[in-house]
Design a protein around this ligand. Sequence first.
Ligand SMILES: [Zn+2]
Length: 419
Amino acid sequence: MTTIPDVPSRFAATTDLVLSRAITASGERVDVLLRDGRVATVTPAGTEQFDTAIARVDLKGYVLLAAPAEPHAHLDKALTWESLATGPVDLPGAIDAWTRASRHLDRIETQDRALRAITEMVSHGVTAVRTHADVCPGDHPLAAVEALAGLRDATAGVVDLQIALLSRASTPDDVIRGAVDAGADLVGGAPYMEADPAAENARLLRLASELSVGVDLHVDEELDASVASLGDLARRVVDLDFPFDVTASHCVSLGIQDPALIADTIAAMVAAGLRVVTLPLTNLYLMGRDWETSPPRGLTAIRRLLNAGVTTAAGGDNLRDPFNPLGRADPLAIASLLVTAGHVTVTEAYDAVSVNSREVLGLPPAGVAPGLVADLLAVRAVSLDDAVARTPDDRIVIRAGRVIATSETTRRTALDPPR
Ligand SMILES: [Zn+2]
């Protein structure tokens, strides 16, 4: 029986590690040697004699996967469902509630919630997180950015933490510049919500260019097909020859537009190299709450984007806050939902929460192949399909070649054979 390995201190030196008898996503049983934070060799199980001095984790009964990454979180808001007690509200209602709550954001309390959310994510296999951080109303507009940037030391060596500012048209240019000084990695906003979305797309791209950072925008999170700022964004990226990564999160209206407009927009996105993040859990919750019959799913045009070769990732978005009371910070659960609601295959869904998410975050590829980064997730399951179907908590998480989290559950039922 597999012995669950210890989790070493995150400050411990990385040593070689053998992962033995793991099943890959494609069904092979392999031994994997990790060295210097990368996968050194992948060999058929039992065929290689490793130096007995090398530490070993027996992964018999586990499927070994590229580690997930969370491409779109809101850690400043996370875990406030109970304390803010809004009850079920739609997107404008949730925004109103958060605007009131964030006027006096407490740095320590925010960091405590965010760290608890990150810890849940890490326990499920996440080794990189991109979070958005609102510009707060009141006297401290960068309170959320500063609080989250202050978590980098506490999480170093366990997760890569990226912060995208979530600004509004009312946010002065100097506040956006100050956010990057304070630790934001990307400029962001929600141009579709502004009076002049095209002008806001232009302003945010101009500021990002000046600050030499990428852009991650909340785009067209509406079930109104006439909300269509995505094509404008893509064409501006091309016209400006914008040199940094651009991510379009949500892209909800793209999923319900006229097929000709969808095709036109996706062609512009391909030309611009835009990446997309779909957020099934929160958008299935928030979108179409006022539709009395047959509410749309509120997802983007996932199949068309995949067919066009657009990097399409999936994330958790809001975590138990006024925007979404649910969520278990688990990319396997998001992948499962994407299969059901987005009609993609299990493999496509797991890629969306793992390799595609890493690409959105600009991280080098991870996975079970020589030379790739050894950010890996072992799940007690017989296959990838089984892992996504059951989302078991029994997991071993490896970051840069070392174990950073283990979880083990015990189940007993009256139907078990006598022991
Ligand atoms: Zn969001």
